[in-house]
Design a protein around this ligand. Structure first.
Ligand code: MG
Length: 256
């Protein structure tokens, strides 16, 4: 199933969750898609008449650094012996086609195309005997936008990865995706800059879920950016950056 958040043309209409089937959006009867998906099939509307928003509203965004070997090497690092996690603030989230704003404080802002895990139910200390993927609602595309110069200057990642608009998410949450071996591609102005398969992740989605849930309780709608492949590079005003994941779709954002 393909879950979205959307609003219709009028600016003040509230955002709703829905599912997309073909070119039609059906709203959910509940305010959230986490407990059950109660689709209102009497209220279908053309996909072309709605605006898709970021597909969830996370209470926290967990990022994973250096989780593809070639990317760790291109930045001059070894692969970590355990997952390297950090947080991005929820205020950084934007949806499809919203603009990534380059901050004046940075001279080098990079794209990082990533597979994003969306949590479906509360996860605390996931056990080795449990199926970690049972806590997942689905998967979407993300861009872990990073001010590379500030990341190098600061010890913490907070500033480099925390600017408003630095967490594009979308376009939809796909619930029946097998995350273990799909193609991920990032394009800038149509030119391929990153291309890999999620089978190259150093730490798998299950490992990340177990590891992170030992530290913090994951709540429905929280997201995990699973790391970026090799090929990161700068964004400039006027660019269009696309993150394209097989089985999900394309997250496209302009840069201003
Ligand atoms: Mg990243």
């Amino acid at each position: 199933m393909r879950i979205c958040r959307f609003c219709r043309g009028e600016q003040h209409e509230r955002a709703r969750y829905g599912v997309i089937e073909g070119e039609t959006v059906f709203p959910l009867r509940e305010d959230e898609p986490f407990a059950a998906l109660d689709v209102d099939r009497s209220q279908g509307m053309p996909l072309s008449e709605v605006r898709l928003l970021a597909p969830c509203q996370p209470s926290k965004i967990i990022g994973v650094g250096r989780n593809y070997r070639d990317h760790a090497l291109e930045l001059g690092h070894d692969v970590p012996s355990e997952p390297l996690i950090f947080l991005k603030p929820p205020s950084a989230v934007i949806g499809p086609h919203e603009a990534i704003r380059l901050p004046a404080l940075s001279e080098r802002v990079d794209y990082e195309g990533e597979l994003v895990v969306v949590i479906g139910r509360r996860a605390h200390h996931i056990g080795e005997d449990e199926s970690a993927l049972d806590y997942v609602l689905g998967y979407t595309c993300g861009n872990d936008v990073t001010a590379r110069d500030l990341q190098r200057r600061d010890v913490q990642f907070t500033r480099a990865k925390g600017f408003d608009t630095f967490a594009p998410l979308g376009p939809v949450i796909v619930t029946d995706l097998d995350p273990h071996d799909v193609t991920i591609e990032t394009r800038v102005n149509g030119q391929v800059r990153q291309r890999a398969r999620t089978s190259q992740l150093v730490f798998s989605v299950e490992t990340l879920l177990r590891y992170i849930s030992q530290v913090m309780t994951l709540l429905p709608g929280d997201v995990i950016y699973t790391g970026t492949p090799a090929g990161v590079g700068p964004l400039n005003p006027g660019d269009i950056v696309d993150v394209d994941i097989e089985g999900i779709g394309v997250l496209s954002n302009p840069v201003i």
